[in-house]
Design a binder for this molecule. Structure first.
Ligand code: HEM
Ligand SMILES: [Cu+2]
Length: 623
């Protein structure tokens, strides 16, 4: 078949109808991925506004700007929003968009579940922010420790909102994790054996397993909490045989891996950017993959380092100190692999690469203070002070936000078909890098001087005023950098220079198709013969044929060797995922008010699921 004719037929089969109906019923992983990314960045901006409000209040001693009650809501909203509505979702959103392209398939596995997961995430985010707008935002910290979040001390609906928001976002996160695992294991392009998978895809695979293993812990915790609060169970009430520490164990069994759920995708992004901007494959592919897996395993063995002052047995504490320090080994290994690649390559210092350099500097500092707080005596000193606030922002912003901004500059052409501005990119990097360090480095000192975290004001007698003013002013530089980034992204998405298929000369499959890719991703499915399919060969990529063009089909390949095994039909657009998400959301929100919601609310959910799974009849079966 001629190329033009092939494109036309595939386009007719795969495209999303225009207009509102198309937008609500689409299952295209690229449309959903883009939507997800944009939504997550909106939450980043909202969370950033909250942090500026906190810094405004803390700039001077005894400020009267925000009272204690609102302040509690604001830091809780900031932390919960950043962790549950920005950091994890944005990484998964990048994966929804990129992974199918990088493994060379036409569609993500379980496309309808993918649509459903976005709507659930959106509903959870709206629930949290609407509650905050009407002065019912949660105020118990992003970790919601019992008994402070329990029925005794947290009257009203605030803590219930927090607990339900967790359920929304985790349902969404778990669904995406399953889609990614299946897409990577069963839908890779023929020839993409396990040792030819791009590092970003590896990182998302390991991350997805972390999500699957960690997220249920927090869902159990938040569901037990809401049962304690609404139907009088006593999971966390010691007077009735419950256990308060159980909360902390469940929370941090999720909460520590959470940091790696955010960091490992960033490792993958950094590896892609380093390989492209040094024009050579990342040094030590196998070592990088092993380090990803080792980090994933170790991440589950050190949650107790968040509980050193909770009064646990000494022997346990030393075990968790040792494992916390051990995790620096794979992280260090990865850093050295990148440095070796940069050293041996010919680095081109474009905006995406600058953010990678910023990442390495900031993340290493965060790692060093991490080793410090892993030691029990030191942690006992600085626990719940600004030292810890400084440490975890170095890790989170260094480990996730810097790589992510680099990734947006890098993949922007693939996402939108246009380029971002290189000069604005440099400016925004400069402002964010300097603003970040000026804002957060002094917090280490404040912490050592004893300033506790989560306080809404302090007395003028304390020696903290000068540094606090300095931090708040630096926060404005940081915010200006982000503002510039947002302006550049919005402007470039509309009117940036048109991007070619492979503007950076990269070597992985997502660059083998146009920018942005057509609805069917690849007109001819690529065949992979090496780790760097686009750069190792002078002749064009090989391809497979034989998939139907008049109905949606994907190629299924074997797990290890990626040998072609079968054709499988992929579903078309459907409104049922949206309706199922609406029904589930109604049930979850209603159940904050009465347990009967679980009974009556399941009826619309059942109807939506029947519609979703109604058999259409596979044309293959008849022929
Ligand atoms: C980029 C600019 C940011 C600024 C200026 C900022 C500022 C702050 C401030 C002032 C606090 C309150 C500290 C306290 O009283 O304990 C805080 C807490 C927190 N931040 Fe940020 N933050 C930023 C970005 C982020 C990001 C990107 C994340 C996560 C990915 C994050 C996660 C958190 C968490 C988890 C808390 C703890 C909230 C709690 O104690 O409940 N922050 N931040
Ligand atoms: Cu931890």
């Amino acid at each position: 078949m001629e190329a033009g004719e092939l494109d036309r037929r595939l386009g007719a089969t795969w495209s999303t109808p225009p207009g509102l109906w198309g937008a609500l019923s689409t299952v295209d992983h690229k449309i959903i991925g883009r939507r997800y990314i944009v939504t997550a960045f909106v939450f980043l901006a909202l969370g950033g506004v909250l942090s500026l409000l906190m810094r405004l209040q803390l700039a001077q001693p005894e400020a009267r700007f925000i009272g204690p009650d609102r302040y509690n809501q604001i830091f809780t909203m900031h932390g919960s929003n950043m962790m549950f509505l920005f950091a994890v979702p944005v990484m998964q959103a990048m994966a929804i968009y990129l992974v199918p392209l990088m493994v060379g398939t036409r569609h993500i596995a379980f496309p309808r579940l993918n649509a459903f997961s976005y709507w659930m995430y959106l509903a959870g985010g709206l629930l949290l922010w609407i509650a905050f707008a009407v002065d019912t935002g949660p105020d118990v910290g992003w970790f919601a420790y019992v008994p402070l979040s329990g029925p005794q001390y947290a009257a009203g609906k605030r803590a219930d909102i927090w607990a339900q928001m967790i359920t929304f976002t985790e349902v969404s996160a778990l669904a995406i994790a399953v889609e990614i695992v299946v897409t990577v294991f069963k839908q890779r392009a023929p020839g993409m054996s396990l040792d030819r998978i791009p590092l970003f895809v590896w990182s998302m695979l390991v991350t997805s397993f972390l999500v699957i293993l960690a997220m249920p812990a927090i869902m159990i915790a938040s569901t037990s909490l809401i049962l304690d609060r609404l139907v009088g169970t006593h999971f966390f009430n010691p007077a009735e045989g419950g256990d308060v520490l159980l909360w902390q164990h469940l929370f941090w069994f999720f909460g520590h891996p959470e940091v790696y759920i955010i960091f490992l995708p960033a490792v993958g992004m950094v590896s892609s950017i380093v390989a492209t901007f040094t024009q050579r494959p990342v040094f030590g592919y196998l070592a990088m993959v092993m380090a990803l897996i080792a980090t994933g395993v170790l991440a589950f063995g050190l949650w107790v380092h968040h509980m050193f002052v909770a009064g646990l047995p000494r022997l346990g504490e030393s075990f968790f100190t040792a494992s916390s320090m051990a995790i620096a080994v794979p992280a260090g290994l990865q850093i050295f692999c990148w440095l070796a690649t940069i050293w041996a390559g010919r680095p081109i210092f474009k905006a995406p690469f600058l953010f990678v350099i910023g990442f390495i500097v900031v993340f290493v500092i965060g790692g060093l203070t991490g080793v410090m707080v892993a030691s029990v005596p030191f942690d006992t000193q600085v626990h719940d002070t600004y030292f810890v606030v400084a440490h975890f922002h170095y890790v989170l912003v260094g480990g996730a936000v810097f790589p992510l901004l680099g990734a947006v500059y890098y993949w922007f052409p693939k996402l939108t078909g246009r380029m971002m501005s290189e000069s604005l990119g440099r400016w925004s990097f400069g402002l964010i890098f300097s603003g970040f360090n000026l804002t957060f480095f002094p917090m280490h000192i404040l912490g050592l001087q004893g300033m506790p975290r989560r306080i809404y004001t302090y007395q003028p007698e304390m020696p903290w005023a000068g540094l606090n003013m300095f931090i708040s002013l630096s926060g404005i530089i940081l915010a200006a950098g982000f503002l510039l980034f947002f302006i550049d992204a919005i402007r470039s998405a509309r009117s940036g220079p048109i991007a070619p298929a492979n503007p950076w000369g990269a070597s992985t499959l997502e660059w083998a198709t146009s920018s942005p890719p057509p609805s069917y991703n690849f007109a001819r499915l690529p065949v992979v013969e090496s780790l760097e399919p686009l750069s190792d060969r002078a002749d064009p990529l090989g391809f497979v044929e034989g998939l139907h063009t008049d109905r949606r089909e994907v190629l299924i390949t074997s797990v290890v060797e990626a040998r072609a095994e079968a054709r499988e039909s992929s579903v078309g657009n459907s409104i049922w995922p949206l309706l199922a998400a609406l029904a589930t959301s109604a049930m979850l929100i209603w159940s904050i008010f009465t347990p009967w919601a679980v009974v009556w609310g399941s009826i619309p959910i059942a109807i939506a699921l029947i519609g979703w799974f109604w058999p259409k009849g596979d044309p293959e079966d008849e022929s």
